[in-house]
Design a protein around this ligand. Structure first.
Ligand SMILES: [Zn+2]
Length: 446
């Protein structure tokens, strides 16, 4: 049946282009290449792209640009792998009132909201993003439409609905509660059968231990990594006990640091090198920048976050963020901020491999703005070397998602997801707020 369907399509393609078309060749020439592996950048770089893949990487003078190639000058620029954001929420776009949002936009998520978010991420230089928590069908459909080239957007890796003890009222579309281990396994199977890329576990400290164990075990049986919320110490303890692969956030609590037993558990895990790196996505910037943005909110007026959204949606979001000081979401943030640096340091000292992720979509945190801000805070405030921050947004995420054969570095044979920005990002990381060039799957999209 499948063959019968495909054959006429293939014939139509052949007849419309009788001569086999040569793949488009593009050359990015002149800029300093940070390839994602972390070693010395390559000056006067040449990146040859054929079709959707990188054909060759070298330097002006030793790697020739093929005749007929389209040459794009990257002189004066930093050239680097397309960024990843490992924690986005495409179903929300900065509105301050979730109850209102869920009630009003449920039937506009798939056609308007999620595609707009994915497109805004791409225009910000984020060529891959992990979308953690959204309705199942919409997640799969939007991801697939982007992969098929039907709509522009970052390549998405989706979890579909959160798995948790019980959905909050009115959130059943994107939060699935579990009752007992059999139900836990059945829910994971439904997500796996639908084709999700990852399982998102949240509020696991409210579940029974056997439910937590069942979710993680079943996910692993189906070849899916488990991403665990980790705001509360017990979420981390349980997640670590049963094998969560990647923790998120740095704790809602205002406690000044992680308890010693948790740090000991993490150290015991990172010491087991055979298990590979132990990943954490701290999502710092939204909290770190809140007070500054509350008092200096010009960024909220940047039109970049309106791309792809309907006029009434934009008006609704605008009116919801008129009073950044009054948002219930952020009232505890000023007392949490002083704890972030210490917790971040504790995790780093315990040997965790950090990844860039932002929680983009939460109130005032727009998809077009969060990712570079996370890199900026890491480098400027938390003392992370710029190269390490860039690798946390390129190489490590691709490895975690087992896509490192295809993306994450600028290497011959890999898919050409490449960005370039005027200036030296290793000296001024915040240049990433204005990415000049975005190539996705070999095609220039910005
Ligand atoms: Zn989140």
């Amino acid at each position: 049946m499948r063959k019968l369907l495909i054959l006429p399509f293939a014939l139509a393609l052949l007849t419309s282009s009788p001569v086999a078309q040569r793949a488009q060749v593009t050359a990015l020439v002149g800029g300093t290449l940070i390839d994602g592996f972390g070693s010395t950048p390559i000056r006067n770089s040449v990146v040859i792209i054929e079709g959707e893949r990188i054909k060759a990487v070298g330097q002006v003078g030793s790697l020739a640009v093929p005749a007929g190639a389209e040459v794009i000058s990257t002189e004066g620029m930093s050239v680097l792998p397309g960024l990843w954001d490992m924690h986005v929420h495409t179903m929300i776009t900065g509105h301050s009132d979730y109850t209102h949002w869920d009630a009003t936009y449920a039937n506009r998520l798939e056609k308007e909201i999620m595609p707009a978010s994915a497109r805004q991420l791409l225009m910000a230089g984020v060529t891959s993003a992990r979308d953690l928590g959204a309705p199942l069908e919409a997640s799969i459909n939007v991801r697939n439409a982007i992969n098929r080239g039907q709509i522009p957007g970052a390549t998405l890796y989706v979890s579909g609905p959160f798995i948790q003890h019980e959905p909050y009222p009115g959130t059943d579309l994107f939060r699935w509660g579990v009752k007992g281990q059999d139900d836990a396994r059945a829910k994971v199977n439904r997500l796996a059968d639908a084709g999700v890329d990852v399982i998102k576990l949240i509020d696991q400290d409210q579940m029974t231990e056997s439910e937590v164990a069942a979710v993680i075990d079943q996910a692993h049986k189906r070849g899916l990594p488990v991403v665990g919320h980790s705001h509360r110490p017990d979420e981390i303890r349980l997640g670590m006990k049963y094998g969560v692969d990647n923790f998120e956030h740095t704790g809602l609590a205002t406690a000044p640091e992680y308890p010693a037993d948790i740090i000991e558990m993490i150290k015991a895990r990172t010491a087991k090198m055979a298990l590979g790196p132990f990943f954490w996505t701290p999502t710092i910037e939204g909290l770190w920048n809140y007070e500054y943005m509350r008092d200096n909110p010009e960024m909220l007026d940047d039109p970049s976050w309106q791309l792809g959204l309907a006029a009434d949606t934009i008006a609704d979001i605008k009116s919801s963020i008129q009073h950044p000081d009054q948002m219930s979401y952020f009232q505890l943030t000023p007392s949490r901020k002083p704890t972030l640096k210490r917790k971040f340091q504790q995790l780093r000292e315990a040997g965790v491999t950090m990844m860039i992720g932002t929680d983009s979509g939460i109130p005032m945190q727009f998809h077009s703005q969060t990712t570079w801000n996370e890199l900026d805070i890491w480098v400027r405030e938390l003392g992370v070397p710029p190269m390490e921050a860039i690798r946390a947004a390129t190489y490590w995420p691709s490895l975690f998602m087992k896509k490192d054969k295809d993306v994450g570095t600028v290497t011959p044979g890999k898919i050409a997801d490449i960005i370039a920005v005027r200036g030296d990002v290793l000296r001024y990381i915040d240049l990433l707020q204005k990415v000049d060039l975005v190539v996705k799957h070999g095609k220039r999209v910005k």
